[in-house]
Design a protein around this ligand. Structure first.
Ligand code: FES
Length: 106
């Protein structure tokens, strides 16, 4: 496991979603209030780019068919209507250090 700098603190507004490319891996950085979360970047339903999604009431929404995820741990709050279960997103630890938002990746 290693920590990577992904963005400067203050560069994201509340509710922003940012796709970061870390050594060829795309992750989604999420700001929710004072918290930062990191998940995999593509919806587990049909691979839609979640950086084009949005936050609503502390949940992450895929705009393609409206799957709802918990940004804290990547779990599925509700799958798209009419679909079966879908897999959770990967979830990664974050921290802020020396003004940098950092993500831990394996
Ligand atoms: S691709 Fe995300 S809900 Fe279908």
């Amino acid at each position: 496991m290693a920590w990577y700098k992904v963005a400067k603190e203050g560069s994201m507004k509340d509710g922003d979603l940012f796709k970061a490319n870390i050594e060829g891996r795309e992750i989604l950085l999420i700001r929710d209030g004072a918290n930062y979360y990191a998940t995999s970047c593509y919806c587990t339903h049909e691979d839609y780019d979640l950086s084009e999604g949005f936050m609503d009431d502390h949940t992450l929404i895929c705009p393609n068919h409206f799957a709802v995820f918990n940004p804290k741990d990547g779990s599925v709050i509700s799958p798209p209507e009419g679909s079966g279960d879908i897999d959770p997103l990967h979830s990664y630890k974050t921290k802020v250090e020396n003004g940098q938002i950092m993500v831990e990746l394996p």
